[in-house]
Design a protein around this ligand. Structure first.
Ligand SMILES: C[S@@+](CC[C@H](N)C(=O)[O-])C[C@H]1O[C@@H](n2cnc3c(N)ncnc32)[C@H](O)[C@@H]1O
Length: 291
């Protein structure tokens, strides 16, 4: 493991940030590839450490940083790691980098299910890296979850991520189109969560290159108005949810009203549009009220 004098490392880092980019991205690379956390770096700056032991040499780190700056490759794909809530997840260009605005989904679920020891069946539709399903399976060891995705590479990454985070088996992984892999759970699901592709086509075309060139289109694009997948999920939910079961969907900032209408047209009651930390109407939740 390369041992680097503290002063050399500090001036190397200053040189890198002077080339461009943001501190958060550089810190991500130094931590996830170099093995030096922000806390360790702080101690170096306080002169409490003379040398720093890195997992790779500075040339390797610099070459990754240059790829980020010159080609726009997100640092999470360069390192193969993304942090989400308290999870460290493997990511590749087959899965979306899980977003911080989605983190609140876990609190919304916990707020809706307060009975501590109730066993429930939940599904995470379009699991990607597995972020939502894994966070819930870890927080609720009594719950049984199924995480699905249309992309078999995503399913592979998500199930590896779960195996790395947990020694339990309360989350299973199935590949297929939205509800299709859940045939044998018809009428048995207490909670379904989806963060589907919901970006309208005209907005997708204007997304930053860093997103458009590297993140999977299939994870982002939701058709002309962004609602193609949301409609499929809501319209089919009644076949799979129990009476009183919850459906929770993340949507684009301007879709709350339309998504609420779709819930109401499909036998959902107590439908609420909830805001994220930035005050954006980001989530819609409702209960299936079977007739
Ligand atoms: C916005 S990403 C969300 C990923 C992850 N749940 C998260 O929050 O980070 C949408 C996910 O839906 C998946 N997906 C797209 N079309 C699908 C379909 N027809 N059926 C199932 N999953 C689909 C994508 O592969 C992608 O992983």
């Amino acid at each position: 493991m390369p041992l680097v004098p503290a002063n050399d490392f500090i001036s190397w880092k200053e040189r890198q940030i002077s080339k461009g980019g943001d501190h958060q991205s550089l810190d991500h690379l130094i931590d996830s590839v170099g093995g030096c956390t922000k806390e360790k770096y702080h101690l170096i700056k306080l002169s409490l450490k003379k040398n720093i032991e890195l997992k790779v040499n500075l040339e390797k780190l610099e070459s990754l940083w240059n790829q980020h700056l010159n080609m726009g490759i997100p640092v999470q794909y360069l390192s193969g790691i993304s942090y989400w809530r308290d999870l460290k997840l493997e990511v590749s260009e087959n899965v979306l980098i899980p977003r911080s605005e989605t983190e609140l989904i876990i609190e919304i679920v916990q707020e809706s299910f307060k009975q501590k020891f109730k066993e429930i069946t939940f599904v995470d539709l379009g699991t990607g890296s597995g972020a939502i399903g894994i966070a819930l399976a870890l927080a609720k060891p009594f719950w049984n979850g199924i995480a699905t995705d249309i992309d078999k590479n995503a399913i592979q990454i998500a199930s590896k991520n779960f195996a790395r985070c947990s020694d339990k088996s309360n989350l299973k992984f199935l590949c297929g189109h939205w509800w299709n892999p859940l045939e044998k759970f018809k009428g048995k699901i207490d909670l379904a969560i989806a963060n589907p592709p919901y970006i309208p086509k005209y907005i997708y075309q204007k997304l930053p290159e860093e997103v458009k060139n590297f993140e999977p289109k299939i994870a982002l694009l939701g058709g002309d108005d962004g609602l193609d997948h949301i409609k499929i999920i809501i319209r089919n939910a009644p076949k799979y949810l129990k009476k009183g079961g919850y459906l929770l969907i993340e949507n684009h900032f301007d879709q709350g009203r339309e998504v609420k209408k779709l819930f109401l047209e499909n036998a959902f009651i107590s439908v609420k549009v909830l805001k994220d930390f930035s005050g954006i109407e980001r989530f819609t939740i409702g209960r299936y009220n079977q007739k």
